[in-house]
Ligand binder design. Structure first.
Ligand SMILES: C=C1C[C@]23C[C@@]1(O)CC[C@H]2[C@@]12CC[C@H](O)[C@@](C)(C(=O)O1)[C@H]2[C@@H]3C(=O)O
Ligand SMILES: O=C(O)CCC(=O)C(=O)O
Ligand SMILES: [Fe+2]
Length: 346
């Protein structure tokens, strides 16, 4: 039997330290798995999962619907309703002037909301469309819960459901997003695709505000993650597997032990990239503060408690790339560095 590989693609930093995106094989033994999940969430806030239980047809049906929708005319796509915040969006990201070279569908995962949106997104087959979305959401939600339970076990949290319960609540504010990045256009007939420069921002640098993001894409790359050493790592596309991202809310729940990963998409290919993200979130009225196991006298809470609604409001008032968690730190970054400087000068 071949031992599961702990890492895929490896790069080397100047000091020749190897860095790579962790790959976690979900068929492995549980205690080993939970350790790997915690390690990946601490080091990168990002990892790939293989041997997951999401059925292939559930994924391919959503991919087909996405392809069909984005191949419509601009007029037809705008009839799906503009993204304020849910519906169809083109180039504009969020309400504060952020732009990217993409178009997208953004949906709330509440089945009633999906059913309403389906009437304008897939006018000729709304029931089929909403079933496909609901099936995908249910399957990736299950995967998310499995990962959150492994994380809780790896952190030795007494109730292993304490994280997964948050997103299983019927009032959960989880979202589904399908992004479509157009291919880079040929400039003339002598145009050489191998000389293409990757300068187009598809989706600018940011962290996701939610608990966990489950991302899957077609076979076209462009996604990059930022490491704690300040390197941008390209993420190889893998249509059969999922990538998992720690969001801001999970960073808070673990009192900063897990890091929410900053990421971006640069488009540089002649093929369109299509990605689908499930953003697992708490209900709006849910209080977010570190799990009691993560707070000790030596490790006091880093964050002021806030509700998910308050956090969302703060996120939507800011630009995409802003580090919105700073507002919720118990000690502001500037104060902390003043204290640090004062202790060095005495
Ligand atoms: C500029 C923005 C877009 C965003 C809301 C925000 O004000 C800041 C966070 C952005 C983000 C990133 C992750 C998800 O794609 C998203 C849906 C989310 O919850 O937060 C987007 C928001 C959006 O596109 O509306
Ligand atoms: O499209 C992608 O691959 C990532 C998009 C993303 O980060 C987002 O929608 O929040
Ligand atoms: Fe994101």
């Amino acid at each position: 039997m071949v031992a599961p590989s702990p890492t895929s693609m490896m790069l080397r930093t100047k000091k020749t330290k190897a860095v790579g995106i962790p790959t976690i094989d979900l068929s492995m033994e549980r205690s080993q798995l939970s350790e790997l999940v915690v390690k990946a969430c601490e080091e990168y806030g990002f990892f790939k999962v293989v041997n997951h239980c999401v059925p292939k047809e559930v994924i391919s049906r959503l991919e087909e619907e996405g392809t069909e929708f984005f191949s419509k005319t601009s007029f037809e796509k705008h009839q799906a309703g503009t993204s304020t915040p849910f519906g169809y969006g083109c180039k504009n990201i969020g309400p504060n002037g952020d732009m990217g070279d993409l178009e997208y569908l953004l949906l709330h995962t509440n089945p009633n909301s999906i059913s309403e949106r389906s009437k304008t997104i897939a006018k000729d087959h709304p029931i089929k469309f909403s079933c496909i979305i609901n099936d995908y959401v249910e399957a990736v939600k299950e995967l998310t819960c499995e990962i959150l339970e492994l994380a809780a076990e790896g952190l030795w949290v007494p109730d292993k459901s304490s994280l997964s319960n948050i997103i299983q609540d019927v009032h959960s504010d989880s979202l589904l997003r399908i992004n479509h990045y157009p291919p880079v256009k040929k400039s003339n007939d002598n145009w050489d695709p191998s000389k293409l420069q990757n300068n187009t921002i598809g989706f600018g640098e940011h962290s996701d505000p939610q608990i966990l993001t489950i991302l899957r894409s077609n076979n076209v790359g462009g996604l990059q993650i930022s490491t704690q050493h300040g390197l941008w790592l390209p993420v190889p596309p893998d249509p059969n597997e999922f990538y998992v991202m720690v969001g801001d809310a999970l960073q808070v729940l673990t009192n900063g032990r897990f890091v929410s990963v900053r990421h971006r998409v640069l488009t540089n290919t002649t093929k369109p990239r299509m990605s689908m993200m499930y953003f697992a979130a708490p209900p709006l009225n849910w209080w977010i503060s570190p799990l009691s196991k993560m707070v000790t006298a030596h490790n006091p809470s880093l964050y002021k408690p806030f509700t998910w609604a308050q956090y969302k409001q703060a996120a939507y008032a800011l630009r995409l790339g802003d580090t919105r968690l700073d507002q919720f730190m118990r000690i502001q970054k500037q104060e902390a560095s003043n204290i640090e400087n004062a202790s060095h000068s005495t």
